[in-house]
Every structure is written in structure tokens, then in C-alpha cells.
Ligand binder design. Structure first.
Ligand SMILES: Nc1ncnc2c1ncn2[C@@H]1O[C@H](COP(=O)(O)OP(=O)(O)OP(=O)(O)O)[C@@H](O)[C@H]1O
Length: 266
């Protein structure tokens, strides 16, 4: 479904991805992990066709993304950005309808069939009751759920989620992760999500891909990938890894940061 072949990408004066090869099959759920600034969001933006690789290729369903128009790409893949400012006064319903932009008619009008799609997306995420509230009156966590509804309203087979649980309390983190897992199971969606919570990644993703220094440092099922070595070498913490007694997925017990010469705060 998504293929990255030896992808390189950098911002001016700063190379971020240095040859990433990654194949995601249809219906798979992949968690991207790695330290701040290692290139996870950049990789998602490349998968959405919002950035072009400086070398290598990104294919979506076999088609080179650089050859698809923005609108054609948006019919196939939805990206929940890490954060986006709310337009003052825009209601929840209006924002969710923005998710349908790729399917607008010739005059830019929303088709009649859009409303049920938006209504379903809002119901999926549990935000129907806020439909007429201005988005800028919502809390950070409420806004995050509305933005997820907007991404779902795009109606694509591929969902790219950049830190979907940001701002959410524990209960809503579990609800959103459960919803994403359900969408994958019931509708066969392909999901690639950036997660900082390795516990969520280990529990909810089929596969974990860890980035370090612009390349893939580890790639495999959580039970194989989540190890003390991954914690230390990729995430920079010393810790233990156990197993959930009921589910069997790996559970991390991070203890302290790996000793590093570079202080976070000088
Ligand atoms: N528009 C931009 N212009 C210049 N540099 C950028 C731009 N966007 C990101 N970067 C830099 O590229 C690197 C990778 O950024 P990216 O957002 O992909 O990292 P990330 O792994 O998603 O980080 P985080 O976990 O903090 O969200 C960082 O060093 C960042 O400062």
C-alpha cells in the first residue's frame, strides 16, 4: 500500500532522512517511534505527498506520489497533523466538513453525499454533541478529537496520524487508540501513526518502526522490537521490558536517561 524506497529528504542545510526503505501492506497498522527531531513527522508528510523526496521514491498503491495531484493524493491518504491552529469562529461541523475538500464538486461545493460521511466521522470519534460549538472554544484534547474526525471524514483507505493522543487524558487516549484499531479491523484501513508512548505502540500496532539518525534502526512486531536495547539505542533511556500478564504485549519500565554528553537544558 505504501512503499518508501531509499528515501532521502532534508530541509535547507539539514538532512533529515538518509535512505529510508519501508513497506506497509494494506490493512497494516504501523507505529513510528524515535527521538524528538528524528524525522517522524517528515516521513508522514512524505507519505501524504506534502513533501517530495530529494532521492528515492514514495509509492502509494503502486503509484509514484510525486505524479499525483494534491487532490488525488488527498482522496487516498489522510494526514492528522501534529497540531494546527483553529480558524476563529469555525464550528466543529464546519471543520470536519473541511475533511471533504478533495471530493468537492466542480464549483467547490460539497456534494449532498458528504453530510452522512461527516456525521459518521463525528460519531466515530464521539464529537457529534459539539457540532455547533466553535472549535476555538474547545480544550486541547477535545480539539484533537475533532481533528481526528476531520481526517476520518476524508474517507481514505490510508490514515497517517501524527501523535494522535496528544493532549488527551488517559481515558481518551485509550478510546482513540481503540477506535483506530477498530477502524483497521472493521474497515481494513492502513494506519501509520507516530507515537511517543511505546506502551501504546506495543499494544495497538502490528509493527513498530524505529527511526534513528535518519534511517530505520528497527522494524518488526512489538514483541521482537521492544527490547532494552531499543530503549537505550533508539530512545535514549535505560529501562526494563516486561510482558502484559493478560495481553502478552511488551510493557516498558523506563528508569533513567542514557548518560549523554549533550545536556537538554544548558
Ligand atoms: N519546515 C522545516 N524547516 C526546517 N527544518 C525543519 C522543518 N520541519 C522540521 N524541521 C527539522 O527537521 C527535523 C525533523 O523534524 P520532524 O518534525 O520530522 O521530527 P519528529 O521526529 O517528528 O520530531 P518530534 O518527535 O519532536 O515531533 C528536526 O530537526 C526539525 O527541526
Amino acid at each position: 500500500m505504501i512503499q518508501l524506497e531509499e528515501v532521502r529528504f532534508g530541509y535547507p542545510g539539514h538532512e533529515v532522512l538518509r535512505g529510508v526503505t519501508l513497506h506497509v501492506t494494506e490493512g497494516e497498522s504501523v507505529a513510528l517511534v524515535g527521538l524528538n527531531g528524528c524525522g517522524k513527522s517528515t516521513l508522514l508528510r512524505l507519505c501524504a505527498g506534502l513533501l517530495r523526496p530529494s532521492a528515492g521514491r514514495v509509492l502509494l498503491g503502486g503509484d509514484d506520489l510525486t505524479r499525483l495531484s494534491r487532490r488525488a493524493a488527498a482522496r487516498r491518504v489522510a494526514l492528522l497533523h501534529q497540531s494546527a491552529p483553529a480558524v476563529p469562529g469555525m464550528t466543529v461541523r464546519q471543520l470536519v466538513r473541511q475533511g471533504r475538500y478533495a471530493d468537492r464538486g466542480p464549483l467547490g461545493m460539497l456534494r449532498d453525499s458528504d453530510d452522512p460521511v461527516c456525521a459518521r466521522a463525528m460519531a466515530d470519534v464521539g464529537v457529534t454533541g459539539w457540532a455547533d460549538r466553535p472549535v476555538d472554544s474547545l480544550s486541547g484534547g477535545e480539539r484533537q478529537r475533532v481533528r481526528l474526525a476531520m481526517a476520518l471524514a476524508q474517507g481514505t483507505r490510508v490514515l497517517l496520524l501524527d501523535e494522535p493522543t496528544t493532549y488527551l487524558d488517559l481515558r481518551h487516549q485509550l478510546e482513540v487508540m481503540g477506535l483506530v484499531a477498530r477502524l483497521r479491523d472493521e474497515r481494513g484501513l492502513t494506519v501509520v501513526m507516530v507515537l511517543h508512548d511505546l506502551g501504546h505502540a506495543a499494544r495497538f500496532a502490528d509493527r513498530i518502526v524505529a527511526l534513528r539518525s535518519g534511517t530505520v534502526a528497527a522494524d518488526g512486531p512489538p514483541r521482537e522490537v521492544v527490547t532494552p536495547a531499543l530503549l537505550a539505542d533508539v530512545l535514549g533511556v535505560v529501562g526494563r521490558v516486561g510482558r502484559d500478564p493478560e495481553g502478552g504485549w511488551p510493557v516498558c519500565y523506563p528508569d533513567h536517561p542514557v548518560k549523554d554528553e549533550t545536556p537538554l537544558v544548558k
